[in-house]
Write a protein that binds this ligand. Sequence first.
Ligand code: NCD
Length: 328
Amino acid sequence: MTKVRTDSIKSLNKESIEDVKMKWERKDILGIRELSPDEINFILDTADSFVEISTRDIKKVPTLRGKTIINLFIEASTRTRTSFEIAGKRLSADTINITASSSSLVKGETLIDTARNLEAMNPDIVVIRHSAAGAPHMIAKLIKQSIINAGDGAHEHPTQALLDMMTIRLRKGSIAGLKIAIIGDIAHSRVARSNIFGMTKMGADVHVAGPATMLPPFLSRFGVTVHTDMGEAIRDADVIMMLRIQMERESLNIFPSLREYSTYYCLNQDRVGLANPDVLVMHPGPLNRGVEIAPDVADGTNSVILQQVTYGVALRMALLYLLTGGTL
Ligand code: NCD
């Protein structure tokens, strides 16, 4: 970035926006771990300014006309892939989707060869989701295009954490000083990791809770308070983020049964009552209703789960814009 500003775009008048020309300088968005609080605020400010486009009757601006974005999704996705595709299309970019079953990976081609072939067609951005931690990082070193990590194994999911922080900032004004509880399968969740990095950097008081088998060792080194009692984590919380059990990444026997899990870790109305009355209930999706979250809580007045999805489009529009040279 050429210049740093941490206040919200909404508080600036037009002249001052023109005064403050900032440019994103990283080639890729690979993780929250390496971003500074100023970089995070810069992305969130840019994302705030994109929210309005999706509320228009004609939801399209010419900003990225002539740019090509490839979504390479080698792992299942509903929200993230659709969100990137809609974001690209609303900015008039050409978006191409490749999934595992529709790619030559099923014919034995390596991910590196696939990436080199995509590079040869000269897209501007490649968005990658892969079950192997580090896959987007490896491709980013190899090819000249910008890479966005859309989730790599249990490692990071930076765009989810950014849209989560965007939602909190828009609903609460700021992230600093909030008590944020992240509950569930912390050990296998890339959403938890990215949010722990981001929220602690932004000055939140982050508490995590889950069964001991779902809490990675050395978690407190990341600046969070660790609990096995969910009630302690959510007492007086301003934000509760619930997580799905990552069955596809589990080793065997990390919990006795789903019924037992939900007895201790399902967010029901009684438990919401322990938190602040205006607590935000969040979940990255997909929900397992009745396991980690009660249906009436998921659909209740404190829930911002669908708001997260709405802001996710604006956040991804902002990233596509910044990585193709857009300024704020
Ligand atoms: C998450 C993911 O894929 O990591 N979902 C998402 O991107 N919104 C969370 C999950 O799968 O549980």
